[in-house]
Each structure stands twice: as C-alpha cells, then as structure tokens.
Design a protein around this ligand. Structure first.
Ligand code: B16
Ligand code: MG
Length: 223
C-alpha cells in the first residue's frame, strides 16, 4: 500500500502535554475530594473535556448540575492553560520534531486530529504550526472514539482515509482511527493498552517513515 498523508494526535503523541492535562484534572479531583483510581490516567487519555469530567466525577456525576459541571471544566481548563504557558520546543516528545521535518521535506501532507481546544496554542508554543496543512476542528466533530475528527483531517488534506497513516496514544483515539474507513493506526505507547492498533511503537523515535511513505515518494516522482 502506498500511503500519502500523515495525521497526528497531539497530546501524548507529539507533545508531552498528556501529563499537564492529568495534573490539571488531579487538582480538580483533589479539590472535590474524588479518589484517583489506578486506571484513571489511562482512561482520561484522548477524551474530550466534558467526557473527562464525567470520569473524574465517577458515580457522583448525577449530584452535579450542568452549570456546576461547566464551571468545573472551565476550572480545569484554566489550570491547564496556566501549565501550557511554560511549553517550548523541548516539550516535543522524542522523535516528533524529526518525523515532522522529514515528512515536510518529502512534501507528505500533515494534519492534526486532536480533541483539544487548546491545540493551536500548544502547536505555536512548540513551534511546529508551520508543518500542518490542516487542523481538524474538534468543535465540529463527534468526540473520539468516533472517527469524525480523523475523517475531517483526511478530508482537509484531500487524501482518501485508507491512504492516511494516523498516530495516537489513547485507546479511544486508536478506536477512532480504526473506524475511519481503512485508515492505518500507529499506536504510540504501551502494547497492553493499544493492541487494536495496526502497529505499535514505544515512541515516534521507533517509527521509520521510510517503511510507509517512501514508495509514495517514488510513485509521485515518476508520475
Ligand atoms: P482540551 P489529544 C486530548 O488531546 C487530550 O488527550 C485529553 O486529555 C484532553 O482532555 C482533550 O484533548 C481535550 O483537551 O480540554 O484542551 O480541549 O490527545 O486528542 O490531542
Ligand atoms: Mg493523545
């Protein structure tokens, strides 16, 4: 198969920000005196803001009004925005900068499919905005594990989903890719939690883009 485009999740794939989302939620959980279960961190990965809050509230979720939930989500976002103010290119995850630069140099189009409404600010802080041809809008897409945001990213790039390689660190994100009309899922992280992915790498450093995209470049060169 000749792949023609790359689609990236942001938090936990390109940027070391999953820990900042978790720190902000932990602060909210502590203030609410909610327990933090062993699997809470993994369960929160890739979930959009209000769905994350439901996980934090657990069985107490029905005791909060919609207004209170919005206030709590806004509080978490303020904590998160404070934390991302200190981000810089050193917060790119291993291999991320090199992979983006390689794809860019080979003229393989790149899109972002992040659930985060703070994604643009994070891309700017990391100084990688210029690599992206398309940033799918999470406000216009059903949340992961629905495939919508990955399909919107492929559409934005004008590349068929089955010709896109997409990268995710979250179980919900890998499920979203696998539901996206033949898109290939590269799980970035642990084999235990991401076993639905087509390929799994510990980090982007272990991903060899030549195995996936070089034939596309050769085909493009001769056409
Ligand atoms: P925000 P991703 C996701 O980004 C994060 O993994 C998740 O922890 C966060 O709750 C979600 O974005 C929403 O982020 O509150 O900034 O809108 O992994 O899809 O890039
Ligand atoms: Mg992620």
């Amino acid at each position: 198969m000749i792949y023609r485009a790359a689609i990236f999740d942001l938090d936990g794939v390109l940027a070391d920000t999953a820990r900042l989302h978790l720190a902000a939620w932990r602060q909210v959980a502590q203030e609410l005196k909610r327990p933090w279960a062993e699997d809470t961190s993994e369960n929160l990965k890739g979930l959009e803001r209000m769905a994350s809050l439901e996980v934090i509230l657990g069985e107490e979720r029905d005791q909060f009004s919609d207004r209170e939930k919005i206030d709590l989500a806004n509080t978490k976002n303020r904590y998160y925005q404070k934390l991302i103010r200190s981000l810089s290119p050193i917060d790119l995850l291993p291999g991320a900068g090199e992979l983006l630069a390689w794809l860019h140099e080979k003229q393989i189009p790149i899109a972002l499919a992040s659930a985060s409404k703070n994604a643009q600010a994070v891309l700017q802080a990391l100084e990688i905005s210029h690599y992206f041809s398309t940033i799918a809008d999470p406000e216009q897409s059903a949340p992961k594990p629905c495939p919508d945001i990955f399909l919107a990213a492929a559409k934005g790039l004008q590349v068929e989903p089955e010709l896109c390689v997409a990268f995710e660190d979250a179980v919900a994100g890998v499920s979203a890719i696998k539901a996206a009309q033949g898109m290939i899922a590269i799980g970035v992280g642990s084999e235990n939690s991401l076993r639905n992915a087509d390929y799994i790498v510990c980090s982007l450093e272990d991903f060899n883009p030549r195995d996936f995209f070089l034939s596309a470049i050769r085909a493009a060169d001769v056409s």
